[in-house]
Design a protein around this ligand. Structure first.
Ligand SMILES: Cc1cc2nc3c(=O)[nH]c(=O)nc-3n(C[C@H](O)[C@H](O)[C@H](O)COP(=O)(O)OP(=O)(O)OC[C@H]3O[C@@H](n4cnc5c(N)ncnc54)[C@H](O)[C@@H]3O)c2cc1C
Length: 450
């Protein structure tokens, strides 16, 4: 008879894995949280913008907050700007290292075991249980449990060893954390758009406190031949607004990593392994934001594991329906918007930004209905504004592209746009040494190493 060492093995101590382990341990499961790095939360790649929804829903403490955001400024390629300000704050900015550690140590306090410097390379089903294997501090490691929660992040290896490939379209992000930044307002992130600024995504300036900001770009490898560093350097030197803000700024640290913005999000249940967070592609394709949905998915996966271990044999399969009901619509709608935005010309972007920036009723619609966690809430109000005869001419190009390119992405979350992912991945990304999330190639042949 096979004896499981654990009830659940959680792979990866980011937000998805940390929340899964915390929830599983609180529910009384024998839980292990496995992390490949010697420290949780490091290296960091993320800007750390996290909506207030998450703070309320998960009762997150104030000491995690670096800054609070209530406004936004969107710069068009021609320099036109749309400024929006909500009546209440939308998001906080967190320090991801502190945030991830808070979750992992919370899981430990609730009874989970935390294994650092343990890198898993494969999973298999053995005698009715799930077994994982890899290395721990240079030696072979294996463990078994009825359920695995896979929270490996944007480039998972375990699903392939169970025979499932997940086509993903990654954008590559690079950002500098900077001091002595001449911010316009500490609660207002700035977004810079345009084909010369950041093809297939955007550049940003995210204030993290007085005179401090994270300044970055994300680039879609299918829409650009150049690495993110090329665009980031250019934004910092030449962008009329960003270069002014950064004139006296100094780089404190570099952060980089990929984001799985589009791609197959099915399956998220493979045998008795549940995929959560970036591994499951649970990221908004418009903004690349994934922390909030990772937390929700981590919690749902742990609850499903507990129900399964409690005797409900359908519980694991129900996980997929559960997360789709909570935020599946957001992934579809943001895939729709991303597919549309990627096809818009700079002139069309100029028209869109000016319509928001110069028209009171369009801006009011954004300020009232805009919610960076639930972006689909803005779709119908914006559509209504676009159909107004005075704006129809300027918005018609965008609407045509939404119908032509966005609808299919709405249907399949952008999976068809990821079909050829991987072809151009090597040699792209950020420069070696700057990509803090750079990983060695791992054999994907299946089977376990030890
Ligand atoms: C430049 C950039 C900026 C971003 N900014 C934001 C933002 O402002 N707001 C937002 O919401 N989202 C942002 N994101 C996205 C956000 O970082 C991710 O959505 C989020 O980190 C997903 O959490 P996760 O737990 O799924 O994965 P991760 O945070 O990537 O965690 C995965 C963990 O698993 C570990 N691991 C991986 N493989 C193995 C293995 N085989 N064995 C053991 N351990 C393993 C890794 O070391 C890592 O600790 C940004 C991303 C990038 C790249």
């Amino acid at each position: 008879m096979h004896v499981n060492e654990y009830d659940v093995i959680v792979v990866g101590a980011g937000p998805a894995g940390g929340m899964a382990a915390l929830t599983a341990a609180r529910l009384g499961l024998r839980t292990v949280l496995v992390e490949e790095h010697p420290e949780v939360g490091s290296p960091t790649h993320c800007s750390g913008k996290l909506q207030l929804h998450a703070f309320r829903e998960f009762n997150l403490p104030d000491h995690l907050v670096l800054n609070t955001l209530q406004a936004g400024a969107f710069y068009a390629p021609n320099g036109a700007v749309a400024r929006v300000r909500r009546s209440t704050p939308d998001s906080h900015v967190v320090d991801r290292a502190v945030f991830d550690r808070w979750l992992a140590y919370g899981a430990q306090s609730a009874g989970a075991e935390l294994l650092l410097e343990t890198r898993l390379r494969g999973a298999e089903r053995l005698n009715g249980a799930m077994r994982v294997a890899g290395e721990r501090t240079g030696k072979t490691f294996s463990g078994s449990a009825p359920v695995i929660i896979d929270a490996e992040g944007a480039r998972p290896v375990l699903p392939a060893t169970l025979g499932v490939t997940l086509p993903r379209r990654l954008v590559y992000g690079l950002q500098y954390q900077m001091s002595d930044v001449d911010l316009e307002a500490v609660d207002c992130p700035e977004i810079y758009l345009g084909s010369a600024v950041s093809p297939g995504f955007f550049a940003w300036l995210m204030p993290i406190g007085p005179r401090r900001a994270r300044v970055g770009v994300c680039v879609d490898q299918f829409l650009s031949g150049r690495a993110p560093i090329h665009y980031l350097d250019r934004v910092m030197r030449e962008h009329p607004v960003a270069s002014r803000r950064l004139k006296h700024a100094r780089i404190e640290r570099k952060l980089a990593g990929p984001i799985p913005v589009l791609g197959a999000r099915r399956p998220t249940v493979i045998q008795n392994m549940l995929l959560v967070g970036d591994t499951a592609g649970q990221v908004k394709a418009t903004s690349g934001g994934g922390i909030y949905f990772s937390l929700i998915a981590g919690q749902l996966a742990a609850q499903a594991a507990a129900n399964y271990i409690g005797g409900n044999t359908e519980a694991l399969r129900d996980y997929e329906g559960g997360w789709r009901r909570r935020f599946g619509r957001e992934l579809s709608v943001t895939a729709f918007a991303r597919a549309t935005l990627n096809r818009m010309t700079d002139e069309e972007l100029n028209g869109l930004i000016s319509a928001i920036g110069t028209n009171d009723s369009v801006r009011a619609a954004v300020e009232t209905h805009g919610d960076t966690a639930y972006q689909s809430r803005l779709i119908f109000p914006l559509l209504r504004q676009s159909l107004h005869p005075s704006r129809f001419a300027v918005m018609s190009g965008a609407m045509f592209k939404a119908l032509r390119f966005g609808l299919r992405a709405l249907w399949d979350d952008g999976a068809h746009l990821a079909r050829h992912d991987g072809n151009r991945a090597s040699g792209f990304g950020t420069r070696k040494g700057e990509d803090s999330d750079q990983r060695e190639p791992i054999g994907r042949s299946g089977g376990l190493t030890p």
